[in-house]
Ligand binder design. Structure first.
Ligand SMILES: Cc1ncc(COP(=O)(O)O)c(C=O)c1O
Length: 440
């Protein structure tokens, strides 16, 4: 049972609020580690000479916020990872919301096409048969797989038939299932999306890192690594922003044929190319060797948790069988709604609209970087929702310095991965000016 020291200022009023703030701070600062049992409300009320209701209200508030866990028979304990931590953030101190958020990975959530999605959803509910509400095909509802096949053939030059598609809860979900069904070790690009490493490590699959240069992954290094499958971002490397060159594509295909390896193609933001049409996916060239992973996370919103994978028929069947054993398939109304959203042209319209907006944001970011950080080198192609900028003598504490100036950034290697998906164009010059101040 923890002995608690919480200072209450009786002249400042609102004792419950003060108590909650004191406990919250103690959890955040690690003075109350995860798992610690707190005193009963009655005994803490006695210690602090307050009414028991004050303590009950403070505990309830912190339970609601995720700092504490109350269980009948076990009293109240500090939650592991304290506070409303997001997955992977357990134990880390929560930062205040930044004034300017230039971290990658999030599209403009305010641009979500609510009315058009509502129309697609309504149409799904109006047209679904009673039997459509039963447990679905774990590979996904047929009407969505048919729409996705058409969409991926048209937009990504994929080689796809509906029977080789599995509807997923996003790229991350598809990836975590697929890596269990391909040969190991699994190679990942270096640098890569750091978010994916814990997900991959959690599957128990051994991982090797293979360097990336301006042409994409180093295929000679891949061959030397002993990997038997490889996760790639060919259309727009994350984070460096390059496109896998034709020579490297050919070398990768030769590697996969020689070794019986699998190419896992993360097509996460491929719909957004601003200077030309997107290059077709690798899967379209070698459908027998490739798994294509995609989602609506960048085109619509990551909270939709809707995605797909296209795989050689035996692998698609193995993934569907895995779903039948683990989660019995995805939510059906959303799948029917996405099918209507695609069929009605609403998805294409949204993509066209967002391409204009993101292109303008990217141009504004490049212009502001040239003005405020003239030695910074912007790499990669005009695409996606982020760019990678190499900065000579980037300070080790660049992220903390930027945060002190109200700007959130992600530092990877010798540069910064800057996301412009969520930052309105008018804020970009100020955000970059602040970043430049922070770094100089
Ligand atoms: C490169 C890359 N791939 C995949 C994902 C995850 O995508 P999804 O939301 O479809 O699971 C992310 C997340 O930001 C990412 O950065």
């Amino acid at each position: 049972m923890a002995d608690l020291h919480v200072a209450l200022d009786r002249s400042a009023g609102r004792l419950g609020v003060q108590l909650a703030a004191g406990l919250r701070a103690a959890v955040r600062e690690g003075r109350l580690p995860g798992g610690t049992r707190l005193p009963s409300t009655r005994s803490l009320a006695d210690d602090l000479a307050v009414s028991r209701g004050v303590v009950v209200a403070a505990y309830e508030q912190l339970v609601a916020e995720g700092f504490l866990i109350a269980r009948t028979g076990d009293g109240t304990r500090v939650a592991e990872g304290g506070g409303h931590a997001e997955p992977g953030e357990a134990g880390r101190e929560r930062q205040p919301e930044p004034e300017f958020d230039l971290r990658p990975g999030v599209p403009d959530l305010s641009a979500f096409p609510r009315a058009r999605w509502a129309a697609a959803y309504k149409r799904a509910l109006e047209t679904m048969a009673h039997s459509d509400f039963a447990y679905p095909d774990p590979a996904g509802v047929p009407v969505l797989r048919a729409e996705l096949a058409g969409y991926l053939r048209r937009v990504r030059a994929a080689d796809v038939t509906p029977d080789r598609i599995v509807v997923t809860g996003g790229v991350a979900h598809g990836l975590s299932v697929v890596v269990r069904h391909v040969r190991a070790p699994l190679a990942v690009e270096d640098p890569t999306s750091d978010r994916q490493i814990p997900l991959l490590a959690g599957t128990g699959v051994p991982i090797v890192r293979v360097p990336v240069d301006g042409e994409g992954i180093d295929v000679a290094a891949l061959a030397a690594s002993g990997a038997r499958s490889v996760l790639l971002t060919p259309a727009h490397q994350f984070p460096t922003g390059g496109v896998l060159s034709p020579a490297r594509r050919a070398a990768l295909v030769a590697w996969a044929r020689r070794t019986g390896g699998t190419l896992i193609e993360d097509d996460y933001d491929a719909e957004f190319r601003y200077d030309r049409d997107p290059v077709g996916c690798v899967q379209g060239l070698v459908p027998d060797l490739t798994v294509l992973l995609g989602s609506v996370s960048k085109a619509l919103a990551p909270g939709m948790r809707l995605g797909w994978l296209v795989a050689p028929a035996p692998l698609a069947a193995a993934v569907a069988a895995h779903r039948a054993l683990t989660d019995l398939g995805g939510p059906v109304v959303e799948q029917h709604a996405l099918a209507h959203f695609l069929a009605s042209g609403a998805h294409d319209r949204q993509l066209r609209r967002m391409r204009r907006i993101y292109r303008a944001r990217r141009d504004a970011l490049v212009t502001a970087l040239a003005a405020h950080l003239p030695h910074a080198q912007v790499g990669g192609v005009s695409a996606g929702l982020h760019l990678y900028v190499r900065i000579t003598d980037l300070p080790d504490d660049a992220v903390a310095r930027a945060a002190r100036h109200g700007v959130a950034v992600l530092c990877q290697g010798p540069g910064l991965t800057l996301g412009y998906g969520a930052l309105p164009e008018r804020h970009i010059p100020t955000a970059v000016a602040r970043l430049a101040q922070a770094l100089t």
